[in-house]
Design a protein around this ligand. Structure first.
Ligand SMILES: Cc1cc2nc3c(=O)[nH]c(=O)nc-3n(C[C@H](O)[C@H](O)[C@H](O)COP(=O)(O)O)c2cc1C
Length: 187
């Protein structure tokens, strides 16, 4: 699949078929995540794969009831919970850098997740980033140790819906030339 086509056609998928995912596809999706760049190549991401029905039901309960992705956690054959090992991303020589030190692991995990979602899409699988849930409850359910934090989760499986593309802002609204300006294209 051509890269730009994959980027544009990937959608948040919130309904899934129960069909099992071949092991090979799961491994390819995880391998793509593993090849993401990270701060000092520290690779803080950790992936917890959940297939157990009862555990998925418990994870679903950690989502806010109004979360549109709630059913997806129960429907998909697998849920991947993305965690980050703390204390390396945003650190140099054991010391945290002054600006955004606490945020760089989020950045790294997002890069891994972007690879994961695009690779899944190219293999005919669906995903959806889920950030609106109670991470403390998830940590308890999955026995996440101290020093590791839960960042987000995604169902993984064959889509039972197409998903509609929400529109994107025009580049003219987002891109500035030479300095930041308000409103219109700065060119
Ligand atoms: C960091 C992040 C957190 C998100 N959390 C949720 C969520 O909790 N529930 C949900 O239904 N969608 C969630 N989404 C999906 C977005 O709503 C979706 O990506 C956006 O509307 C664009 O749609 P698209 O992914 O189909 O292009 C999240 C996306 C991101 C990037």
């Amino acid at each position: 699949m051509e890269l730009f086509e994959a980027i544009k056609a990937r959608r948040s998928i919130r309904h899934y078929k129960p069909d099992a995912i071949p092991e090979e596809k799961i491994n390819t999706v995880l391998a793509a995540a593993r090849w993401a760049p990270s701060w000092s190549n520290c690779q803080p991401w950790r992936f917890v794969l959940v297939q157990d029905k009862e555990k998925k039901a418990r994870l679903a309960k950690t989502l806010a009831p109004a979360n549109r992705a709630l059913q997806s956690i129960k429907e998909a054959p697998m849920v991947i919970v993305l965690c980050a090992k703390l204390g390396c991303s945003g650190f140099i020589g054991g010391k945290s850098i002054p600006d955004k030190a606490e945020l760089w692991y989020m950045f790294d995990v997002a890069l891994a997740m972007q690879n994961l979602t695009l690779m899944a899409h190219s293999l005919g699988l669906g995903t959806v980033h889920i950030g609106w849930f109670n991470p403390q409850e998830v940590a308890q359910i999955l026995n996440i140790p101290d020093g590791v934090t839960v960042v987000e989760m995604t169902p993984l499986g064959y889509p039972a819906e197409k998903g509609r593309a929400p529109s994107r802002r025009e580049l003219a609204e987002l891109v500035f030339y030479e300095s930041y300006s308000h409103g219109t294209l700065n060119r």
